[in-house]
Design a protein around this ligand. Structure first.
Ligand code: GLU
Ligand code: ZN
Length: 335
């Protein structure tokens, strides 16, 4: 991306963890793959703490995340701990930037206030299937409120702000999923600022990736469904979007995300159990299809052989047997 933040047009990627808990092996896989993608292209990596939802995030988790990523052998060129030209690298310190973007969208008439409660939306949503990661589709109830009606409602309730999705198709090419095409309206008008004043993930991540000059976003496949919304925000804000690559998630044999069970398997507990970072890296690379066997390696050793098209295209089913190869004590955790 050639813009004023990235004049040389060099490759820039990021890790964007939310400090709402310790890093589990699913996060670690996405982080390792993002690191390999960018390091194999000789690019720069940014670490950004996505603590926009302050009620769910804690500074001590942010500290643990930094420790855990370093323990794994990953490195970054800019971040909350080392600074850099595109800081601050912590979302809770970037609120004016989100406010400015929001104002631009507001002036363009792309936003409207929504007074609906969660229950209103659940009751009104005819079809319960929206974007899987984003809850029910908002049926657009408040889009047609007149300014007088909205004024009346605002006397008793603080609204959230929604982005009015234009009728169009969104097409993009994912680095793993390939060519994607969705009806923009399928997900409904989405929130950019909640009623409690918190900016939404969608808005914050777009503002941050754009202003940090990110050219390549690599993240978990759970966010594939969010990408069309983010592309609409890039378009509305007049920014060039990055390339997107969504990597497979670690699942248990019942098809649930490993991260959601037992709080996931964290790097902290592996480290405490005596696992080495090389064992964890080798195991992660093996599950993703980058190594034929889970042999201990450092991230550095994986760079030379790394090819993005080797990454498995499907979610990774982690069996108890596979967990045992990560650490003998984990065999029972798959059940
Ligand atoms: N902060 C998000 C998470 O931890 C990742 C956001 C992104 O990569 O776009 O799930
Ligand atoms: Zn509404």
């Amino acid at each position: 991306m050639f813009n004023d933040r990235n004049p040389a047009g060099s490759v820039r990627g990021r890790f964007a963890p939310s400090p709402s808990g310790d890093i589990h092996i699913g996060n670690a896989l996405a982080a390792l793959l993002a690191w390999l993608q960018i390091r194999s292209l000789d690019g720069k990596l940014v670490l950004r703490m996505e603590d926009i939802d302050t009620a769910r995030c804690r500074p001590e988790y942010a500290r643990h995340i930094i420790e855990d990523l370093r323990w794994l052998g990953l490195s970054w060129d800019e971040g909350p701990d080392i600074g850099g030209p595109c800081g601050p690298y912590v979302q809770s310190q970037r609120l004016e930037l989100y406010e400015a973007a929001l104002n631009r969208l507001r002036i363009q008439g792309r936003l409207y206030p929504c007074y609906c409660s969660r229950q209103d939306i659940l009751a009104a949503a005819a079809a319960p299937h929206g974007l899987s990661s984003e809850g029910p589709v908002y049926p657009g109830t408040c889009r047609s409120l007149t300014p007088e009606e909205a004024g009346q409602r605002s006397l008793t309730k603080t609204p959230s702000l929604r982005f009015a999705v234009p009728p169009c198709e969104i097409a993009f090419t994912d680095g793993i999923a390939g060519s994607r095409r969705t009806d923009a309206a399928a997900g409904g008008d989405f929130i950019v600022r909640r009623a409690d004043g918190i900016f939404s993930y969608q808005l914050a991540v777009v503002v941050d990736d754009a202003l940090m000059g990110i050219t390549d976003v690599l993240r978990g496949a759970d966010l594939l469904d969010s990408t069309p919304r983010q592309l609409m925000l890039y378009e509305a804000l007049g920014w060039k979007p990055p390339r997107f690559t969504h990597v497979p998630l670690l699942m248990d044999p019942d098809g649930r995300r490993l991260a959601k069970r037992h709080g996931g398997i964290t790097l902290a507990e592996l480290r405490e159990a005596g696992a080495s970072p090389q064992t964890v890296n080798g195991w992660l690379a093996w599950t993703a299809g980058l190594l034929p066997e889970p042999l201990p390696v450092s991230p550095q050793e994986l760079i030379r052989e790394f090819r993005q098209d080797q990454i498995s295209r499907e979610d990774i089913i982690v069996t108890p047997d596979m967990l045992r190869r990560l650490h003998p004590s984990l065999g029972q955790r798959g059940h």
